[in-house]
Design a protein. Structure first.
Lengths: 166, 102
């Protein structure tokens, strides 16, 4: 239980770091660390397949997407960042206060929470659930993936006019 | 099981609030996406915890995989929009979008 508490605390701290941090690249790295800790929690809660997906896709691929976006969108230089840092930090002052207030509300409430009932009969094989019971989900995922690919292709497609201008 | 569930009951809303606050307060488009990611992380954690507590681990894993795929597609398309906005307006400030036509 102690390990679980430490992992949850680490995850929240990394999340806070990714929000408060001035540099976008460091924020993206903190987000990847949040994903990595979440993957560890998943491993501990007997969800290895989901953990592998979380680690490779969320901590890996999404971080790469963020890094590419940051480098392609010409981010601020260090001196510009320093000028903007002070007013930015001011806006995030309230976040720790809100979190402490929320903790004060949630901790007494948590003492009344009880664990949900365990289901009498459940499917143990994730492969059977994914490929047989929830087969439609897989088709949905394929459709969503193709929609995403199509969307990205449309965004980066040059029109005839743009080609002529070049 | 009870202490485990109580801990999750406290930390999941905290994570959600961090992401939500980030989306509300920031003007930077990439940081908005980071906030969105954090909210998704809170939802993923909730699914894992509920799956473990109710012994529906296999079902919840399939839900989480679906959620991760949707998350990647949303982030990729949003990143495409952000890059195009940055090219058009020269900055990542969301307030610049107000001046756009259409």
């Amino acid at each position: 239980m102690k390990t679980y508490f430490i992992l949850l605390l680490l995850m929240t701290l990394f999340a806070l770091w990714s929000v408060i941090r001035g540099s976008l690249i460091r924020a993206a790295i903190a987000l990847a660390l949040t994903s990595a800790v979440l993957a560890l929690i998943m491993f501990r809660l007997f969800s290895p397949l989901a953990a592998v997906f979380e680690l490779s896709v969320c901590a890996g691929l999404i971080t790469v997407i963020f890094m590419s976006t940051i480098s392609l969108s010409e981010p601020l230089t260090y001196s510009e960042l320093m000028i903007k840092a002070k007013p930015r930090i001011k806006r995030f002052w309230f976040l720790p206060v809100i979190l402490v207030l929320l903790l004060l509300i949630l901790v007494p409430l948590a003492s009344n929470v009880s664990a949900p009932m365990i289901a009498s009969e459940t499917e143990k094989s994730v492969y059977r659930v994914l490929w047989q019971i929830r087969q439609l989900d897989v088709f949905g995922q394929i459709l969503i993936l193709f929609t995403g690919i199509f969307g990205v292709v449309v965004f980066f497609k040059n029109t005839k006019k743009q080609d002529e201008e070049k | 099981m009870s202490t485990f569930f109580k801990l999750s009951f406290v930390f999941i809303p905290l994570l959600f609030v961090v992401g939500f606050y980030c989306i509300i307060i920031t003007h930077n488009l990439i940081r908005t996406l980071i906030g969105l990611e954090l909210i998704t992380k809170a939802v993923t954690l909730l699914l894992v915890v509920v799956g473990f507590a109710t012994d529906h681990i296999a079902l919840m894993q399939s839900y989480i995989i679906t959620l991760i795929i949707i998350e990647v597609v949303v982030i990729s398309v949003a990143a495409g929009i952000v890059i195009n906005v940055a090219k058009k307006t020269g900055s990542l400030d969301a307030r610049n979008l107000r001046t756009m036509k259409g």
